[in-house]
Design a protein. Structure first.
Length: 400
């Protein structure tokens, strides 16, 4: 690995730029939450149409990730990182100057396509620059950018909206994107070994370890998102929580995630990725039903903090685990691996709210969360199989 000095193309610079890129992406993602529904309503959009508008982000993310993953393995990471940033800036300006609902949908779709480029190429860059011994720690640090952006995005957007109207939040976000673009253009340098032209995406999908890890990713994305349509009503009914308080409570798991991700990433380097994922799945399954039990605000905050930490324990080791899977195949195709990761995450984001709404409508939220926790536990045998297969592979490849 290169020296850890802060200079163009150094590992420290790469870590900073990828963290900043993820932060910018999630800041803009969260920034629209308090603004877009109101503006879309003024354009004549129904509640169902607004739901489709928000869901279009995940659809674009899911569809675009294979393209960016394959492209980044073929042409390098720097180009997709820059193109993703340009797309994000254009999408942000489209939001600001949209005059019709279809224009908002186009902006949201472009935002999802741009996010696919940033996440896929950015995570692949970290895998390129950091060895397995420190990969988990560095990816955990990068994930703090996601947590901070998600945490401050909605409040940042709401404040700017109150100060300067609808366009100001997007113009400020576009300015931040330009600064992010300068950092990407100056500091990003493709490592020399990136230029894998092999058709590895479908080969990766045939590996049990990759499929199992991405099943964990889907669960880790679905569990928090299934609370989005269900928990607000529960909090309003049982804790008399106002919309503002509910918004703050939804930031609590994100805060726990951001604080714990570097710690769990470093632990995965020392204790093993799959072991931490197994512990995380058990902890998340047990923590999830607790969210519906508290009858006081401090207890609810504690339950959400615990849930956020367990989601971090589940998801953080999956990032270096996928890079390790690529290394076992000879290395290089990290873009394809993180394309699969991003697709799995977006699929979890799409299915979580649907499953949560159906289960809560049929059984009530407490029972729905117990059922969801049991579904999480069903993933553990898959991970045990992964660990066994990895041990067998190591023995075979290390034998003379």
């Amino acid at each position: 690995m290169r020296g850890f000095a802060f200079s163009r193309g150094s590992p420290r610079a790469i870590l900073l730029v990828v963290t900043l890129a993820i932060f910018t992406d999630m800041l803009v993602y969260g920034l629209v939450v308090p603004i877009l529904p109101r503006y879309a309503t003024t354009l004549g959009a129904s509640q169902a149409a607004i739901g489709l508008l928000f869901g279009s982000y995940a659809v674009a993310l899911l569809v675009a990730t294979p393209f960016w993953g394959i492209l980044s393995d073929r042409v390098g990471r720097r180009g997709p990182m820059l193109w993703g940033l340009i797309g994000l800036a254009i999408a942000t300006l489209l939001f600001a100057f949209a005059r019709s609902f279809p224009e908002l949908v186009i902006a949201r779709l472009l935002q999802g396509v741009s996010a696919a480029a940033t996440w896929t190429a950015g995570l692949a860059l970290l895998a390129d620059y950091f060895p397995p011994a420190t990969r988990g720690k560095m990816m955990g640090i990068a994930l703090t950018g996601m947590a901070v952006g998600t945490l401050i995005g909605p409040s940042f957007g709401g404040l700017l909206f109150e100060w300067g109207g609808y366009r100001l939040p997007f113009l400020v976000a576009a300015s931040l994107a330009i600064l992010d673009g300068v950092a990407r253009a100056w500091f990003l340098v493709d490592p020399p070994h990136v230029a894998d032209k092999r058709p590895v995406l479908f080969n990766l999908l045939r590996e049990r370890s990759v499929l199992g890890t991405n099943l964990v990713v889907m669960l880790g994305a679905a569990i928090p998102s299934l609370l989005e349509p269900t928990l607000p009503l529960h909090l309003q009914e049982h804790l008399s929580a106002s919309p503002g308080i509910i918004g703050v409570l939804f930031g609590v798991p994100t805060l726990a995630y951001g604080i714990s991700a570097p710690v769990f990433g470093a632990l995965s380097d020392r204790l093993g990725r799959v072991r931490l994922m197994v512990v995380g799945l058990v902890a998340m399954a047990l923590a999830l039903p607790l969210v519906a039990l508290p009858r006081s605000m401090p207890m609810e905050v504690g339950a959400l903090l615990l849930l956020g930490g367990t989601v971090s324990l589940v998801l953080t080791p999956t990032l270096p685990e996928l890079a390790d899977a690529v290394d076992r195949r000879g290395g290089g195709a990290y873009g394809a691996a993180y394309a699969v990761y991003t697709a799995a995450y977006s699929f979890g984001m799409m299915t979580g709210p649907v499953a949560g709404g159906l289960l809560a409508g049929a059984f009530g939220l407490p029972v729905a969360l117990v059922i969801s926790g049991l579904a999480v536990l069903l993933c553990i045998p898959v991970l045990i199989t992964i660990a066994h297969n990895r041990t067998v592979i190591r023995k075979v490849t290390s034998s003379p």
